[in-house]
Design a protein around this ligand. Sequence first.
Ligand SMILES: [Zn+2]
Length: 228
Amino acid sequence: MKIILLGTPGGGKGTQAKLICDCFNIPHISTGDIFRGKITSGTPEGREISAYTSKGQLVPDRITIALVEERLEKEDCQEGFLLDGFPRDKKQAQALDLFMNKKSEQINYVFLIDVPKEIIVDRILGRRVCPKCGESYHIKYNPPKISATCDVCSTALIHRADDQEEIILERLDIYNQTTQPILEFYEKKAILHKIKGDSGIHEIFSQISEIIEKEQKKAPWEMSPPRL
Ligand SMILES: [Zn+2]
């Protein structure tokens, strides 16, 4: 089962990714994790990536696409995977399509977790992160046991400088502009599913798993989406 998970930043995409991967036993392929892994390894490639991410810039397509393809070639991805953070734009979606076609495979599901703007702003404004271990909290929905202190490593939590309303709204606009062409791309292939993301974690997950289970029950000749 090959899945792409799309969703606005702060919309709970990471939580859903984890639930889907645990439930259907597929690896979670996140470009963020791949980049962090390369940076930690300290290779020339890692240093090149770090030069972009440390300035808050996007890692260029040629690097991102090559790294995702390298990851998808690994043994654990042969039966399926969930892509998170990729494709980021239409060019990456086309590159992925080409890669899959060469292997005579295809993406089965693209899920978009669609969360209203107000909810995202509320979630991000209340977000507090641990600068040491990266653990993330929310002052209302997921508070730490001791106020403003990380449960895992007891470090003082911070409110990230870019988690401000104006910056969030700007980020959302940019996200929507670059994502729209991806949505159209997958809509044409009839594999895009829009999931209402304004409910609880488990309600959102059951919408996703219902779609997958319904498809799995179909006869094999009903299953493949049209190839375009
Ligand atoms: Zn911590």
